[in-house]
Design a protein around this ligand. Structure first.
Ligand code: SF4
Ligand code: SF4
Length: 401
């Protein structure tokens, strides 16, 4: 449904969505809630204005409103589709978002930019936790973690056809996540192939309204992962978007069926490893805060599987006293609305730090970036690492630089 011809949206105007909306909590404007946006969508006809583009840009697409909506309205899809009608040059920070989308759609360009970022980090001799360093690339040198010896007689390549979708962040920015995931696979007696032709999952461009571009990226990934094997992902957001590929194609489009077959093969990191991974050693007493990515916390075992993994390793999980919160990253929301994003993060990180964790972890690239940059800006030297890195390396020294 677009901006025109959308009078039958079916919002009951009950307001349930307002109670859970992180943007409404931060800004207090009803136009920035699902109810407000759906009202505007139903009223609007004609060419979208800059003011409308601004309102629709200020949504994290976190999906919290969909979970409480009694009408079960597809709110995030409606907002993303509305964004696809806006000019790329409308809305806050549109040039930044457009540039970010262009880079994400081109793996070779992303790779080059990351290398330039690393060189600049060295040239400028920036401190490891400098916000500028994080802004330049959020990059780390590829380093080989110190792995404990593998058990003997571990069969390698025992899962024929297991494929690994790394996602842009693990592939180009923080390769220690890929290294740690491969290490965890070895502990399970498995090895995965990483198809070289894979590209960005497309979530960021889809979130910005680039539905045609998102379709092209989906087609490239479906082709790169042809076959029948399991597709493992180490990023919660990539995993969620890969599984939603069918919604990008009309039911009569031949790609729809291919997208369905591909989506059925995708397995998210935590549930995959929770079924297979057992640890010989534990790290009793180390306190860990696990941040639930919005793209995982509404899944059936999205909150239990990561906690089960952490408990197997002997970590003490620190939980916030009240409700779970979005971190404020939300695709490119942190670029479009940095002030609102910072307000949302301040509230979220305050709750995370209240339990005095030794480590903060998650499996979503966006959430990890938000925590790494946000805490560095506050001058807090808390350790933030992907769950794969934490499980593979924690307890033996520095887990993240
Ligand atoms: S919860 Fe759903 S039905 Fe109720 S106001 Fe929000 S969008 Fe409308
Ligand atoms: S998706 Fe999230 S940020 Fe957007 S309206 Fe719904 S609750 Fe608010």
């Amino acid at each position: 449904m677009g901006i025109e011809n959308c009078t039958e949206i079916g919002c009951a105007k009950c307001g349930a969505c307002m109670t859970v909306c992180p943007v409404f909590r931060a800004e207090g404007r009803e136009s920035l809630t699902a109810r407000g946006r759906l009202h505007l969508l139903a009223q609007y006809s004609g060419q979208p204005s800059a003011a409308l583009a601004d309102i629709f840009s200020r949504c994290l697409l976190c999906g919290a409103c969909e979970q409480v909506c009694p009408r079960q309205l597809p709110i995030t899809r409606l907002i993303a589709e509305a964004r696809s009608r806006f000019s790329l040059l409308q809305g806050p920070a549109s040039l930044h978002k457009t540039a970010a989308c262009a880079v994400l759609a081109r793996p070779a360009l992303l790779d080059s930019l990351m290398k330039i970022g690393l060189i600049l980090n060295h040239l400028l001799a920036l401190p490891k936790n400098s916000g500028l360093r994080l802004k330049l690339a959020l990059a780390e040198e590829c380093r080989v973690p110190v792995l404990q010896p593998l058990p003997e007689n571990v069969p390698q390549d025992s899962a024929d056809g297991l494929l690994y979708f790394t996602g842009c962040f693990s592939r180009h920015v923080q390769p220690s996540i890929t290294t740690a995931t491969k290490g965890l696979l070895r502990r399970c007696g498995l090895a995965a192939r990483i198809p070289a032709d894979q590209c960005c999952c497309g979530l960021a461009v889809w979130s910005s309204g680039g539905i045609k571009q998102a379709r092209k990226l989906a087609q490239r990934n479906i082709a790169a992962f042809s076959g029948t094997g399991v597709v493992l992902t180490s990023c919660a957001s990539c995993s969620s978007h890969l599984r939603s590929y069918p919604r990008l194609f009309a039911k009569n489009d031949p790609w729809h069926e291919q997208a369905q077959a591909f989506a059925a093969r995708v397995q998210e990191f935590c549930s995959f490893f929770n079924e297979r991974l057992h640890f010989a050693s534990e790290h009793r007493g180390l306190r860990v805060f696990y941040h639930d990515p919005c793209h995982l916390r509404f899944e059936p075992d999205g909150m239990t599987a990561p906690r089960a993994l952490l408990k197997k390793k002997g970590f003490v999980i620190t939980e916030p006293e009240d409700d779970l919160l979005c971190c404020g990253q939300g695709g490119l929301f942190h670029i479009a609305c940095p002030k609102t994003s910072a307000k949302i993060f301040a509230r979220c990180s305050g709750k995370a730090l209240a339990g005095q964790p030794n480590y903060i972890t998650s499996t979503c690239s966006g959430c990890l970036m938000q925590y790494q940059e946000g805490l560095a800006r506050q001058g807090i030297k808390n350790r933030v690492a992907h769950l794969a890195v934490l499980l593979e390396e924690a307890g033996g020294g520095e887990i993240y630089t």
